[in-house]
Write a protein that binds this ligand. Structure first.
Ligand SMILES: [Zn+2]
Length: 315
């Protein structure tokens, strides 16, 4: 029997509705992003695999024990390591993504020799450590400390880490037909990365959003205009509950926060470009409004401002 809530060292597994479970990452413990699974009736489908094999293994074990069913599919929402570095735990299942995500995965997630990886990561961690020590702003300090903790868990996993790519690819839409419920996997375009996928459970009106919806972090932006269009499209879906890529389980109201963030950046970048302000001026004059002034991923702000400014200037 399933409790409605199970806490592990990596995540909190929450029953969302019949057959739908969200695994909400605990900060800095080796999960980094959210995952979850759906009971299709005779087998399970998992959505995203966390940032370490250890966290992924924990989820798989609990899911299979609890339901008495095996994982048959893993869906990768996008290629970012914090969502796919646990893939190796699902090597015996069918790993699904769009063809573009698979290409990006192979191109960008390259694992070198263990020693080389460790050396590089040690430098990176040292750099974060220096930033923490030199920072006088508590919000920034907390944010970099969190980045450090998450990266450190990947560092500890490097010895066993192996890149396992999706084995079956699709383009816009894929439906997995279960005996009790089905899931619909949609590639909604490129907002957060060049290709972002969600998994929708129509019968329960729940969806796993990947990083198209997140809570409390400066999520990286790939294409601000398409991102806004995608979130507007998500708003029209028949959904009671959304499971964001980061942060807590939410409703479609989370769309408004994400839209506000994106629109604010776009509006201010347009103003800056129209007034012939340089990108550096734009970055330094941009003031963060509530609620996002306190979000994690503070070192992502300038990168996002640059992306939005350059995107609008060149379009
Ligand atoms: Zn991401």
């Amino acid at each position: 029997m399933m409790n409605d809530r199970i806490e592990t060292p990596f995540f909190i597994l929450q029953k969302i509705s019949n057959g739908v479970y969200a695994a909400i990452a605990k900060k800095g413990e080796g999960a980094w992003s959210n995952s979850g699974f759906v009971d299709l009736g005779t087998e399970l489908v998992v959505f995203d695999s966390f940032s370490t094999p250890a966290a992924a293994r924990e989820l798989r074990n609990i899911a299979e024990e609890m339901t008495g069913k095996k994982v048959k599919y893993l869906v990768n929402s996008h290629y970012h390591g914090d969502h796919v570095f646990g893939n190796q735990v699902f090597e015996d299942t069918t790993i699904l993504s769009t063809s573009l995500t698979r290409n990006l995965f192979k191109e960008r997630n390259i694992l070198r020799e263990v020693e080389t990886e460790r050396e590089e990561m040690t430098k990176y961690l040292q750099d974060l450590q220096n930033q923490i020590e030199n920072s006088i702003d508590d919000v920034i300090k907390l944010s970099i400390q969190n980045q450090y903790n998450e990266m450190n868990k990947i560092y500890e996993a490097v010895q066993e880490l192996k890149m396992v790519y999706p084995t079956v690819t699709f383009e816009e839409k894929l439906v997995i037909h279960g005996t009790q419920r089905s899931v619909e996997v949609y590639a909604l375009g490129g907002g957060h990365t060049p290709c972002d996928t969600i998994m929708y459970v129509p019968q329960e009106k729940v969806a796993f959003m990947g990083d198209l919806l997140t809570e409390g972090i400066h999520f990286p932006i790939y294409n601000p205009i398409d991102f806004i269009d995608i979130v507007n499209k998500i708003k029209t879906m028949d959904l009671d509950i959304v499971i964001p890529g980061h942060g807590n389980v939410a409703t479609l109201e989370l769309c408004e926060t994400v839209l506000k963030y994106l629109k604010d950046m776009v509006t201010k970048a347009k103003e800056a470009i129209d007034s012939n302000h340089t990108m550096q001026d734009f970055q330094s004059s941009f003031t963060m409004q509530e609620p996002y002034s306190k979000w994690l991923g503070q070192n992502g702000i300038n990168r996002n401002l640059e992306t939005v400014y350059m995107f609008l200037r060149n379009s």
